[in-house]
Write a protein that binds this ligand. Structure first.
Ligand code: ADP
Ligand code: MG
Length: 623
């Protein structure tokens, strides 16, 4: 992606790369000084320990200045104070131990973060992504790696633009917020460049590829993960608040010990014990570990905030088509009107539906292909998300969609469809040149795991389960017999879905699960949006906080358990770690611990706490 390499990011990378070096320097210094000390030298060990501390202290001070500029006051200050104090008062061994443990803690954190990133990247690259390419007067579905510059692609509404290119025809309305943070969609005319990674929120348009996918998708993945990591979890902020109180307590205890005993070394011992560098890492480590654990199960959790919300959702609002049902609908009946043949009806509907990402549209396209029907090129397509689309096929004006949508264009459609509603089946209406042309009846059964998942979610404390579908009420009710809902809302437009989510939010945190472009606004409005990412629209995956990259609902209860476990472990680490540190500080203030002993004890606590936090990576979520 062009223009993405910002300087502070590469400075950050440099710092990252230098992490192992920052661990090696104090480690070598410690060992070398210790060797000389054992050999009887009592001058050089101190010099070496001090020299090995300085680089860490230097980097730390630079980082502290950087974060103070952003208004962040953290426990890093205690680490800097204790290293400086130890150097000033000639406690060089304590200084180098603190330096080593500080650098080691940072290294551990970056290790956990890298691991989570690797897991998520691997996961995203496994997702097969397809694009629709023009070939002659036909459209074909191709994998992204086959796209070459100069290819002409059809970008449907809700598609994420897969490669960099130019608008070839039509006007593109693009949501660039994922790339630029700019919330207002941009309009691009023919000839204007389009960056990969933006979402088409307008009608379908043609894109002329200028780059290959590999040059673009990777950038997209990195962006998604970076956004995820930038969002700070409330729990991490809790740790920051702890940090402030802890900083104050440390200064009071250290100052008090000094005043009371007249011995600055006691203050130093208190500071050294208070240096809980890895302790504040425990929260991020537990969160990142939880995220990477979830990623392994095919659940992409976009950041610590999402992980936390996942642990305490109370209400579920769930979409029907493509979410509760698997969306691989099969045609059970073709009912042509006005003398059309069945094949011609399906040909017109499926040809137009090539321009839509809706699950039913995709089902129609694949069914037509299975039947060996030639699909034609649709032009001037306009889509109303979740309702249907209009456009021209073979010089005929075609309208395809739900009965309500098609009747709005061709009022006589309504009468033609009366009495044709087999219970529980999805009905697609088609009008051609302003005449009712026929109906397609499709069976779109529930996912086999649906009932079980809803039951598990209720057992996990989700008190309300609500169905919110754009489909007709009869269909919603017939398909979901046997599932127990607290409310069923049907015939919803995207903004009515938002209204339902918002009304439910008054009772407690709401999780919304959906798959379509028409669900995207409601996913964004919910406390936690969950997108069916494997086959759903990319727009919904962009809007969501959690993306299911495997096409299975039953990963959700597991993800909730994982989130709860990470949270529990994080809090446990903070409480136990800080409690032990305070005990140690009191002992040091009373003169029972030297700075070196203090440093060693504290580091033992820190290592235990980090290892505890890393438990979130392993183990089972049965509790
Ligand atoms: P849900 O909210 O349950 O996911 P939708 O609102 O997405 O349901 O879809 C409802 C109905 O609208 C579908 O069952 C189908 O009849 C019709 N529909 C919407 N878009 C299209 C399309 N592009 N092609 C054919 N039918 C469509
Ligand atoms: Mg849907």
């Amino acid at each position: 992606m062009p223009g993405n390499e910002n300087p502070s990011l590469s400075a950050y990378r440099l710092l990252r790369l230098s992490r192992p070096v920052l661990v090696i320097v104090p480690a070598m210094g410690l060992v070398l000084g210790f060797g000389l000390h054992v050999a009887g030298d009592d001058h050089w060990p101190g010099v070496i320990w001090a020299a090995a501390t300085l680089p860490i202290l230097g980097v730390l001070i630079i980082e502290i200045i950087g974060s103070l500029r952003h208004g962040d006051v953290g426990l890093d200050i205690v680490a800097a104070l204790s290293m400086t104090g130890a150097l000033v008062f000639g406690e060089h061994l304590a200084a180098v131990v603190v330096a080593l443990m500080y650098a080691g803690g940072q290294y551990l954190e970056s290790f956990a973060e890298r691991r989570a990133k690797r897991e998520m990247t691997a996961l995203l690259t496994r997702v097969p992504r397809m694009a629709i390419r023009h070939r002659g007067s036909r459209l074909e579905e191709v994998t992204l790696d086959l796209i070459a510059p100069q290819d002409r692609l059809l970008i449907r509404q809700g598609d994420v633009v897969p490669v960099d290119g130019l608008v070839a025809k039509g006007v593109a309305v693009l949501d660039q917020s994922a790339l630029t943070g700019e919330a207002v969609p941009a309009r691009k005319r023919a000839g204007e460049p389009v960056m990969s990674g933006v979402t088409n929120v307008g009608d379908a348009f043609d894109l002329l590829a200028t780059h290959r996918a590999v040059e673009s998708t990777y950038a997209g993945i990195v962006r998604l993960i970076e956004v995820a990591q930038r969002s700070k979890a409330p729990l991490a902020r809790l740790a920051d608040r702890f940090a402030l109180a802890f900083l104050a307590l440390t200064i009071v205890l250290a100052g008090g010990a000094w005043l009371w005993s007249g011995d600055p070394i006691r203050a130093l011992a208190v500071l050294v014990i208070a240096t809980p560098c890895p302790l504040i890492l425990a929260v991020p480590v537990a969160i990142v570990a939880g995220m990477s654990r979830a990623a392994k199960a095919g659940v992409l959790v976009k950041g610590g905030r999402a992980l936390e919300t996942l642990s305490h959702v109370k209400t579920l609002v769930i979409d029907k088509t493509g979410t509760l049902t698997h969306g691989q609908a099969r045609i059970v009946e073709i009912l042509p009107m006005a003398g059309l043949s069945s094949d011609r009806l399906l040909q017109l509907a499926a040809s137009l539906d090539q321009a839509s990402k809706h699950v039913i549209a995709r089902a129609l396209v694949s069914e037509a292909q299975d039947r060996g029907i030639d699909l034609l090129l649709p032009i001037k397509v306009e889509e109303t998300p979740g309702e249907g689309l209009e456009g021209y096929v073979d010089n005929q004006r075609v309208v395809v969609g739900g009965i309500r949508f098609v009747s709005r264009h061709v009022p006589r459609m309504e009468a033609g469809a009366a009495g044709q509603h087999p219970a529980g089946s999805v009905m697609v209406a088609i009008a051609v040149d302003d005449e009712p042309a026929g109906l397609l009846i499709l069976a779109d059964p529930l996912r086999t795991e649906a009932a079980h998942v809803i039951e598990s979610l209720r057992r996990l404390g989700i008190a309300r389960v609500i169905l919110a579908t754009g489909d007709r009420r009869e269909v919603a009710q017939a398909v979901t017999v046997g599932l127990h809902f607290d409310a069923v809302h049907a015939d919803l437009t995207p903004d009515r879905k938002i209204a339902i989510v918002q009304a439910e939010k008054r009772r407690g945190p709401v999780m919304m699960i959906g798959d379509g472009v028409n669900d995207a606004p409601a996913l964004a409005a919910a406390d936690l949006g969950v997108a069916m990412g494997a086959r759903g629209a990319a727009a919904s995956a962009e809007a969501a906080d959690v993306v299911l990259l495997v096409d299975r609902l039953d990963r959700i209860p597991g993800a909730i358990l994982m989130a709860r476990r990470s949270r529990r472990i994080a809090l446990q680490s903070v409480y136990v770690g800080i409690g032990l540190s305070i005990l140690g500080m009191i002992a040091a203030g009373l003169g029972y611990l030297t700075p070196v002993q203090g440093a060693l004890i504290q580091e033992a606590i820190d290592v235990a706490v980090i290892l505890n936090a890393l438990r979130a990576l392993w183990g089972s979520e049965t509790s």
